[in-house]
Design a protein around this ligand. Structure first.
Ligand code: PGA
Length: 876
């Protein structure tokens, strides 16, 4: 690898060396030698030495029982350490341009200056900038919180060691600390013993805010402000809130029976508690700093003429915040709350702090005002007293069932049997009516009661505490109206944004018509106040139709929605439900945003951040600042220098590619008689259920088959055997088909000129690089009945052909030619992933052969699952 990665390599090898020391101390030299032997064999096998591959398999098969776990842990922990070194590298002083682009905003401003974009347009785009990150509890984070905590500390040590003027004594003590942290990890369980509850998940989300975003958001705004001043000569207004944090943790009840209305209430209280706690720390720090005496009239009046007026005001705030903490604490513990004044509105913080800010400026102390106080003011705007905005999510049928129960009870017939037209007519009538629909003396079923209670819980909250109500598996306009009606019946006094989530191929194709129907309803138009949010589901549509077809349907749906809303004068916010992996819509932020249709980011960006991606992208303040920079530059670029509209013939070609790839995908996943048994045998799908990753069950319907399996375990399972099937199946085949029809030149043109298409190919390349034909074959041999082998052979040979087709369109000799750093990172990790895969196949075959596998075997299997996930850098 190139010299410029030396700093990274040296960190990886330091950490590896320290891990080696730990293993030796814990298990002796013999085990360390074994690990090293396995590593060397894997390296040589990766370089093409088949004899060494056979030897590697042999060594792993011969491992005595007591060595299985430590060997698996060694490789798994090494991969975690590599991730840390890489993450650190993105913020390190030695970071190379190819790895990180810290000046992406400056670079954009430069390009804007050379373009014909007017300054007014640029300033308007800056003014409208909105990044809303929605933290979800999606079960894709394998690492335990305690592990993450240690990894964060390791990162800190690496940044200490990087300082050129570090003394030898400081170096020695930092290295010692590193070794201690690595030893702490080694001697702790890496697999959770118990499933987290939804409240645990919410606490975890709040910890990310406390440990990273609380610092990162004002840091990012400060840096952005400086860039604006340098490039455009002005600053952001003091009340700008370009970043908002929302959450699904404890609010997303779709397929998760553990998220109840009581849980939602609890996580909302907890969020307010955490916000009060964090603001109290801020106020305390400000109280230590703002001992100045001179103030303007407003502040003097607020401070009742106190000698140190700022402190006087801050102390009052401090009392208010501690009262708030006491009251919330009592509410959280079902105790009687003290009767004291508390914070109920963000303005109670904003007004006095803003007055202080202005006074300091007016009295010649702007330099002081623009320090910590400015950061706190930014936080007040971005987080407010609720810390986050909580979204609620529920599946469409749950609302329809609730209405069906009511209409049956009232003798009106069965809502669920009515035509869409009748449903809409009924809903509009009820929405416009003054009289309540829900009968007083009615006892609904438990499921329906829960839906109603959730709506009541929403109605009890202040509007600012909530984000939107997302309807998963939304299909029709009545799905949206139904939620509005249930909220009205619950007495909701404010306008909750109800956001349909379109997440199958058909539903995406139908999204435009649904929104059009809604916008044609007078009641609806009046109610929504010209604002509509629509969520695009990336994973389920890919699970339904394959990545190529889903990607094009998402694009077309967004494009159509943009134009429908534009025609009606409605502001549209598209909410992207992307996962980390490519099969779930994941892609580097910049490429992903630039490959969206023109104008689709006009309303800002609202996007889910899930599981391990929260850690990778937002887990440390410096890393989070980089991510926010990246989002900012991409949104501004997409709005100011939009990607080209696709030419008509590109569209037609994409339609064809989409149809062919969807057929190719479905003919296997739905149509091949061996597919389901093959999937169950060749991947650890069933065993994954034992991994206590998140609070929600892995299936919507516990008795259902692959169709009811959620997208996350679907992708997760296929990544473990390194076939990564859902992330590529159908796409390359469609491309080859179109090449065979003589359209190679056109595909090349699309690849050169159309970011949507080139990004798709780039993502395919990344997936191909992560696959391993030999590993997948090995899984088949160990785990799949021979009668099903031919399906595995077919899939692998398709994969090979697909790779050739994509390379041909890109005129490349190798995969990821444009991203040598990314390719190298994957190759490096593969050396450590490979032994874990082989071990996993071995363990799967052993545990499947036994009726009651020992807990040690199961635990080792879980470690391999977690390790492979760390090696591929994403799970679901
Ligand atoms: P969902 O998300 O199953 O919660 O809809 C899928 C995903 O994020 O991949």
């Amino acid at each position: 690898m190139n010299d410029k990665y030396n700093a990274l390599r040296s960190n990886v090898s330091t950490l590896g060396h320290l891990l080696g020391n730990t293993i030796k101390a814990a298990h002796g030299e013999e085990l360390l030698d074994k690990v090293e032997e396995i590593r060397q064999l894997s390296k040589s096998a990766a370089a093409g030495n088949d004899d060494d591959r056979d030897k590697l398999i042999d060594v792993l098969q011969q491992l005595p029982n007591d060595q299985l776990l430590p060997v698996a842990r060694a490789f798994s922990q090494f991969l975690n350490l590599t991730n840390i070194a890489e993450q650190f590298h993105t913020t390190s002083r030695h970071c190379d341009k190819q790895v990180c682009n810290p000046d992406s905003i400056d670079a954009l401003f430069e390009r804007l200056q050379q373009s014909d974009v007017s300054e007014t347009d640029t300033d308007k785009a800056v003014e409208d900038l909105k990044i809303e990150l929605v933290l979800t509890a999606h079960p894709t984070e394998v690492a335990r919180r305690t592990t993450i905590h240690k990894l964060v500390q390791i990162n800190k040590c690496l940044s200490q060691l990087e300082l050129s003027d570090i003394s030898s004594q400081e170096r020695a003590s930092t290295e010692l600390r590193l070794e201690q942290l690595i030893a702490q990890s080694w001697h702790s369980d890496e697999i959770r013993q118990q499933r987290p509850t939804p409240v645990d998940e919410a606490r975890w989300g709040y910890a990310v805010i406390e440990n990273s975003l609380w610092q990162a958001v004002p840091d990012f705004i400060r840096q952005f402000d400086q860039k604006l001043e340098q490039n455009r000569g002005y600053k952001l207004p003091i009340d700008a809130a370009p970043v908002q944090i929302s959450s699904w943790m404890g609010g997303d009840r779709d397929g998760n029976p553990f998220v109840t209305h009581a849980i939602t209430r609890e996580v909302l209280l907890l969020a307010r508690w955490k916000a009060a706690d964090l603001f109290l720390q801020d106020i305390q720090a400000l109280n230590n700093e703002l001992s100045m005496v001179k103030a303007n009239d407003e502040v003097n009046a607020l401070a009742d003429g106190a000698h140190e007026p700022y402190r006087h005001i801050l102390r009052e705030l401090r009392t208010l915040l501690s009262n708030t903490l006491d009251v919330l604490h009592a509410q959280l513990n079902d105790q009687p709350a003290p009767s004291v004044p508390v914070l109920t509105e963000t303005d109670q913080l904003w007004q006095p702090l803003h007055a202080i800010y202005q006074s300091l400026h007016e009295c010649g102390m702007g330099i002081i005002a623009d320090g910590c106080l400015l950061d706190t003011l930014r936080r007040v705007q971005c987080f407010g007293i609720n810390l986050i905005k909580l979204d609620i999510r529920q599946e469409s049928t749950r609302h329809a069932n609730a209405l069906a129960e009511v209409t049956r009870y009232l003798g009106m017939g069965d809502y669920s049997q009515w035509s869409e037209q009748d449903k809409q007519a009924f809903l509009i009538r009820e929405l416009s009516s003054q009289r309540p629909l829900l009968p007083l003396k009615w006892t609904p079923s438990d499921e329906v009661q829960e839906v109603l209670n959730t709506c009541r819980t929403i109605a009890e909250q202040p509007r600012e505490a909530l984000g939107s109500y997302v309807i998963s598996m939304a299909r029709t306009a009545s799905d949206v109206l139904a939620v509005h009606l249930l909220l009205k019946e619950a007495g909701c006094q404010f306008r909750m944004d109800v956001c349909p989530l379109f997440e199958t191929l058909d539903d995406l194709n139908n999204a435009e018509s649904v929104i059009k129907q809604l916008l044609n309803i007078d009641w609806y138009r009046g109610f929504i106040q010209n604002f509509q949010m629509v969520m695009i589901g990336y994973s389920d549509s890919a699970k339904d139709a394959g990545v190529m077809s889903a990607g094009w349907a998402q694009y077309k749906a967004m494009e159509a929605l943009v134009s429908v809303c534009e025609e009606s004068g409605v502001d549209l916010v598209l909410f992207h439900g992307r996962g980390g992996t490519i099969g779930r819509g994941g892609a580097p932020a910049h490429a992903a945003l630039l490959s969206q249709p023109p104008k689709s980011l006009k309303g800002g960006l609202r996007v889910t951040e899930q599981g391990e991606m929260i850690r990778f992208k937002l887990g440390l303040p410096e890393v989070a600042v980089n991510s926010l920079n990246m989002y900012t530059s991409a949104i501004l670029e997409a709005n100011l220098l939009p990607p080209p509209e696709p030419k008509q013939h590109w569209r037609e070609r994409m339609d064809a590619l989409s149809d062919i790839s969807c057929d190719a995908y479905r003919s296997i996943v739905r149509g091949h008689k061996d597919f389901v048994p093959y999937f169950r045998a060749a991947t650890p799908e069933l065993e994954l259920g034992k991994l206590p990753l998140g609070s929600r069950p892995s299936k919507r319907n516990p008795k259902g088959g692959v169709e009811s399996l959620r997208a996350i375990p679907w992708i997760f399972a296929w990544s473990q055997n390194r076939l990564l099937l859902p992330a590529w199946l159908g796409a390359g085949q469609a491309i080859q088909h179109v090449i065979d029809q003589g359209h190679l030149a056109e595909l090349e043109e699309m690849c050169r000129e159309w970011p949507f298409f080139s990004t798709r190919l780039g993502m395919l390349e990344m997936v191909y690089t992560k696959t391993s034909l030999s590993t997948s074959k090995y899984y088949d041999e160990k785990l799949v009945p021979s009668s099903l082998w031919s399906l595995g052979e077919t899939l692998r040979s398709r994969l090979n052909n697909d790779i050739r087709a994509v390379l041909m369109v890109e005129n490349s000799d190798h995969l990821m030619e444009q991203d040598p750093w990314g390719a190298e990172a994957i190759r490096l990790r593969n050396i450590y992933v490979e032994p874990l895969s082989m071990l996993q196949a071995e363990l799967l075959s052993r545990t499947r052969a036994e009726e009651n596998p020992t807990p040690e075997l199961d635990n080792t299997l879980m470690v391999t699952i977690a390790g492979i996930a760390a090696g591929l850098r994403n799970t679901g």
